[in-house]
Ligand binder design. Structure first.
Ligand code: PEP
Ligand code: CO
Length: 439
């Protein structure tokens, strides 16, 4: 069963073809528009193939086993030799985090699952290579600490930091004044300026992102109350290059303490789920409107077959208007199948509106989704154990506040909450979790 027919995956499938075309066609707008139509037709067929035959197929896991699966949203590099050299350099430099730290996060998430703590995951939509790594580590740590204080009890703090440099995109192209260029996919892949050279996918950016992450982590280690690190596990060759084995032969991601798989890349038989199924780290999955109950169970079978509390974080992001249709069947399936998965709410990504070519997010929508999430959890007998937010330590506002005025701020990716808005949502979520179920 599926909640709403969302065709985001099909759009996502289009980009790989489209960027190739774009390289050939340069910036000829009319040809780009025609080819966009063609990509949509091709991707609709691919969507049918992937989603139609959804039965979960298990293949043996090894670090590169994801390569035998279709992995969406991957960069398309012109020079694979350069990519190999970059990956070898990253491998030589080695893990950014240790299995011991990652195991500590698993224990902390298990404690959250048993009611002893609330998970606060927050940070930038996308980190920037232009940001000073030391300053970013300090401001984000301070911000996450104040958000965790808003819990009013024990908190597990996880930052979107030290690796959140790659973005999945629904639209393969961005069009301005009739000119289409490949979308910006995060500083680890290409650049934000709207010109063909910046938007080229450049493997050297992976190394720059790795070094920036290493500098950020180096500084985090010097701070008190430092958060665990996390990012979306999107660029699989990069993630593969940072795998490491512990003395028991188990594999851990060395790129962050926690990795999540995004809404656009969580296909049961896709490369991302194959990759994530072999690592011991806490793994998150974004759960949006297109997730069916069967798919949810297949995902849990792959990512947490032993049903270990705290291993799998399911991060709902449906949108205030449809969470009431989407979430109850998923929670019932979680209970019925005895999933140990831990549910959290991301009230940002299902509530992005598009208005006159701009993205908007309203705090009122987010409050509504958080309230609905905990009310549904309560009535379905499932504990909601955390919240996932995009925040900025900056002084201004990017999201629309209760007065309804659009702050019209500039942001590279998605509108983020400011500290005050985020603190309010964290406090609200933590207090709603504590509301006892009706007898
Ligand atoms: C994100 O968290 O930045 C993101 C892209 O989320 P989602 O996969 O839920 O859209
Ligand atoms: Co985002």
């Amino acid at each position: 069963m599926r909640c709403g027919a969302v065709a985001e995956w099909s759009k996502a499938l289009a980009w790989k073809v489209s960027i190739r075309q774009n390289r050939i066609e340069g910036s000829n707008p009319s040809r780009s528009a025609n080819s966009l139509q063609l990509f949509r037709r091709i991707s609709a067929a691919a969507h049918f193939r992937l989603v139609g035959g959804m039965a979960s197929a298990k293949i043996p896991w090894f670090p590169s086993s994801w390569r035998s699966r279709q992995a969406l949203q991957q960069p398309d590099y012109a020079d694979s030799g350069q990519l190999d050299r970059i990956l070898a350099e990253i491998r030589r430099n080695g893990s950014l985090v240790t299995p011991k730290e990652c195991a500590a996060l698993r224990d902390a998430c298990a404690a959250a699952a048993s009611g002893e703590a609330f998970i606060v995951q927050a940070g930038d939509c996308a980190e920037s290579l232009d940001q000073d790594a030391v300053a970013a580590a300090e401001t984000t740590t301070e911000l996450i600490a104040t958000l965790s204080d808003a819990v009013g009890g024990e908190a597990v703090s996880i930052a979107r930091i030290a690796g959140q440099f790659a973005k999945p995109r629904s639209e393969p192209f961005e069009t301005r004044d009739g000119m289409s260029l490949p979308s910006y996919r995060g500083d680890a892949i290409n650049g934000l300026p709207f010109n063909l050279e910046a938007r080229r996918h450049d493997p050297a950016r992976l190394l720059a992102a790795y070094r920036h992450s290493a500098a950020t982590l180096g500084h985090l280690h010097r701070l008190d109350r430092r958060p665990y690190t996390s990012h979306e596990a999107l660029v699989l060759p990069y993630e593969e290059s940072l795998l490491s084995q512990d003395e028991d032969g188990r594999w851990w991601s060395g790129s962050a303490h926690m990795l999540w798989i995004g809404e656009r890349t969580r296909q049961v038989n896709g490369g991302h789920i194959q990759f994530a199924s072999g690592i011991e780290n806490v793994v998150g999955v974004k759960c949006g409107p297109s997730l069916g109950t069967d798919e949810l169970v297949h995902l849990a079978d792959k990512l947490d077959p032993a049903r270990v509390a705290g291993k799998l974080l399911l991060i709902g992001r449906f949108g205030a208007k449809i969470i009431e249709d989407c979430l109850p069947p998923l929670l019932r399936a979680s209970r019925r199948e005895g999933l140990a998965a831990t549910w959290m709410i991301d009230p940002m990504h299902g509530n992005t509106r598009h208005y006159e070519g701009r993205k908007q997010r309203r705090i009122t929508d987010m409050i509504e989704e958080v309230r609905a999430f905990f009310a549904i959890c309560r009535s379905e007998g499932v504990d909601g154990v955390g919240i996932h937010l995009e925040v900025t330590a900056g002084a201004g506002s990017e999201c629309i506040g209760p007065d309804g005025r659009d702050p019209m701020a500039d942001f590279p990716c998605d509108p983020r909450l400011n500290a005050e808005q985020a603190r309010y949502l964290v406090g609200l979520a933590a207090s709603l979790r504590r509301v006892p179920a009706e007898a």
